[in-house]
Write a new protein. Structure first.
Length: 192
C-alpha cells in the first residue's frame, strides 16, 4: 500500500495528528510507503497512491479553505481509491461531532457529495487549543465563545490522543480491505 496523508492546519495540532498516523502506518508490514504533507504542498500525481487520507481542523464548523480548494481541484484523482477523512476538533466546541464516527461521516459528506468517491471512513479526533498561539482575530472569537460559557480566560486545551489516531488508520485499512474483497467477489460473479 502507498498512502498519502494530506492535511491542513493553522496552529499545528492537525500536523501532529497526521504525523502520528504516518508513524503508526510505517510500523505495518503491509504498508510500503507513506507520504505526509500539507495540502498546499501535494504536487505529486495522486495516481501513485493506493489510499488517501485527508485531514482538516474544524474552524467555525467548516474545513480550512485550503482543504476545500484541494478537494475542488483534485477530486477526479480520488476516483477508485479508498478515502478516509478526519476532522480535528475540541470536545467543547465540536459537541456531537468529536469522537462520534457517524457524526463525522455525515458531517464530511457535505463536502464530498459531488465527488466521484465517498470517504469509507471518517471521524473527528481530538485537537488542542494554545491561547498564546492564536492570532488577534481568532483570539477575539474564541474569547467571546468562552465568555459566553462563563469563562473569562481562554483555557489551554489538550485533547490530542495518539492511540485514537492509530485506531483511526487501522480501522480505515480494515474497512478498505473489506471493500476490496467485496469488489473482487462482485467482479468474479459478473465474470461467471
Ligand atoms: C477561531 C477558532 C474557531 C474554532 N472553531 C471550532 C469549531 O467550530 N468546532 C470545533 O470543534 N473546534 C473549533 N475550534 C478548535 C480547533 O478545531 C482546534 O483548536 C484544532 O485543534 C485546531 O487545529 P490546528 O492546530 O491544526 O489549526 C476552533 C478554534 C479556533 C481558534
Amino acid at each position: 500500500m502507498k498512502i498519502l496523508i494530506a492535511y491542513a492546519t493553522r496552529y499545528g495540532s492537525t500536523k501532529v495528528v497526521a504525523t502520528w498516523m504516518a508513524d503508526h502506518l510505517r510500523t505495518r508490514d503491509d504498508v510500503e510507503n507513506v507520504d505526509v504533507c500539507p495540502v498546499a504542498a501535494v504536487c505529486a500525481d495522486l495516481g501513485d497512491y493506493t489510499h488517501i487520507i485527508l485531514g482538516s481542523p474544524l474552524y467555525d464548523d467548516d474545513l480550512l479553505p485550503e482543504m476545500r480548494e484541494f478537494i475542488d481541484k483534485r477530486d477526479p484523482e480520488f476516483s477508485g481509491k479508498p478515502l478516509a477523512v478526519f476532522g480535528v476538533a475540541l470536545h467543547e466546541l465540536g459537541e456531537g461531532l468529536y469522537g462520534n464516527p457517524d457524526g463525522g461521516l455525515a458531517y464530511f459528506n457535505r463536502f464530498f457529495y459531488y465527488l466521484p468517491v465517498k470517504p469509507i471512513y471518517s471521524r473527528f479526533l481530538g485537537g488542542a487549543l494554545y491561547p498564546e498561539r492564536l492570532n488577534k482575530e481568532d483570539y477575539k472569537l474564541v474569547k467571546e465563545f468562552f465568555e459566553l460559557h462563563g469563562q473569562s480566560e481562554i483555557p489551554f486545551v489538550q485533547e490530542l490522543n495518539k492511540k485514537e489516531t492509530q485506531e483511526f488508520v487501522d480501522k480505515f485499512l480494515q474497512l478498505a480491505a473489506v471493500k476490496e474483497r467485496l469488489q473482487k467477489r462482485i467482479q468474479k460473479k459478473k465474470g461467471d
